[in-house]
Ligand binder design. Structure first.
Ligand code: AMP
Length: 385
């Protein structure tokens, strides 16, 4: 039985980035209070939360004080240490559960969970030594991808091994970290399913979203993805089964590689709202952030219906390379919406905000959102296409 956390209650959020910010916006719209906890201050989440605690995740005294001051805890950053979540869970429910966080914050544990439950993943090997890496490369063949097991995102901590000559450098780059070697997937496209599961096991999803990356960072997403009905059904079914198997509560993103013969393999799981689901904020009855809120508060999930096909383009710090972007240019496009995360320093590769667009088709929405981004900063746009 789920416990209902009603409006006016306080939701605790571990992490303080843009995902927490958009979660907090939705929570405040519905009359909840938000308390964010992270090692930083004046953060994207803190700027819209009611309370911002600035303390280390290893400061368990502060974690316990935080947990006692909120009605339920969720997170927007999955690398919160297990001990932090356990300390919070002494006082209050944490959703998704700590075990799920533990599984998904490490590629080896995540891939082992997926493959041992029969979900499709690319062949992989656990790497702890140079000798082990040589054997694994021989087994999986080249090209293959070496990834650190923990704390990897947006291609960080990854190297592609195209021949045995790359092995030594790839191993050295690990700097002693535990790693996973993955067979390379010659995918046709990358897609994701953003979905949510409530405390009673009800499931909702936003269909299949198509994702285009640039330099390993998500660049443009659009929905509905241009995939066959069979692929759509398969992707949603896999996401549903993963969330059921985990006993998941909250918003989950399953990222897939899709090969030209229609085969899906799971690349990774994000146990939280995901960048590819940002378009749900403007295009759907219920956004991925509101679903997270509903799930952790024990409320029924909302409708995931799309008002119109939609697209999202990330705004990285690079867009600021020639000075302040021309916001008026984007604002003159009536079906384009601007989201900025309140970050002051526009470093290259840093996610500063995004644009969304709606149109009659996903392809048109994608075109429009790219045009809008180009209008912000024509001189720097071309390289991100
Ligand atoms: P990840 O951080 O694991 O999501 O990887 C970032 C990006 O690198 C993915 O979105 C893919 O574009 C690419 N990539 C990662 N793993 C593989 C793989 N095994 N085969 C092919 N491309 C990959």
């Amino acid at each position: 039985m789920s416990k209902t956390i009603l409006p006016n209650s306080t939701i605790g959020v571990f992490g303080s980035g843009q995902l927490g910010r958009m979660f907090a916006i939705e929570a405040r719209k519905m009359g909840y209070r938000v308390h964010t906890f992270s090692p930083e201050s004046d953060t994207p989440t803190g700027q819209v939360a009611d309370i911002e605690t600035c303390a280390g995740y290893d400061d368990l005294l502060e974690v316990r004080t935080f947990a006692q001051s909120v009605d339920v805890v969720t997170f927007e950053f999955e690398n919160v240490p297990a001990a932090t979540v356990e300390a919070a869970a002494e006082f209050v429910d944490v959703f998704p559960k700590g075990e799920i966080l533990h599984t998904t914050q490490n590629r080896l544990r995540e891939k082992t969970f997926l493959s041992s439950n029969g979900f499709p993943v690319t062949p992989f090997r656990h790497i702890t030594s140079l000798e082990g890496l040589r054997t694994a490369v021989a087994e999986l063949g080249t090209p293959c991808v070496l990834k650190t097991a923990g704390f990897g995102y947006d291609g960080k901590g990854q190297s592609k091994i195209t021949s045995s000559d790359d092995i030594d450098a790839a191993f050295t780059a690990l700097k002693g970290a535990e790693a996973v070697l993955e067979a390379f997937v010659a995918f046709e496209k990358e897609v994701s399913v953003v979905c949510a599961r409530d405390q009673n096991g009800n499931f909702a999803h936003y269909g299949v979203i198509e994702n285009h990356h640039s330099n390993h960072i998500l660049d443009v997403s659009f929905a509905p993805a241009l995939v066959s009905e069979a692929v759509y059904a398969d992707a949603v079914e896999i996401a549903r089964n993963i969330s059921d198997t985990m006993g998941y509560v909250g918003t989950l993103c399953v990222e897939f590689f899709l090969s030209s013969d229609g085969k899906l393999v799971v690349n990774e799981l994000a146990p939280r709202p995901h960048n590819s689901g940002h378009l749900t904020f403007d295009a759907c009855v219920t956004s991925q952030f509101e679903q997270q809120l509903r799930a952790v508060c024990g409320l029924p999930l909302g409708s995931t219906e799309f008002y119109r096909p939609a697209a999202m383009a990330n705004l990285l710090g690079d867009v600021w390379a020639n000075g302040e972007p021309n916001w008026t240019a984007a604002a003159t496009m009536p079906n384009v919406k601007l989201h900025l995360y309140g970050k002051v320093e526009p470093r290259a590769g840093r996610k500063m905000g995004h644009l969304t667009a709606v149109a009659d088709s996903a392809a048109d929405a994608a075109r429009l959102v790219r045009e809008a981004r180009a209008a912000l900063q024509p001189a720097t746009e071309s390289h991100t296409r």
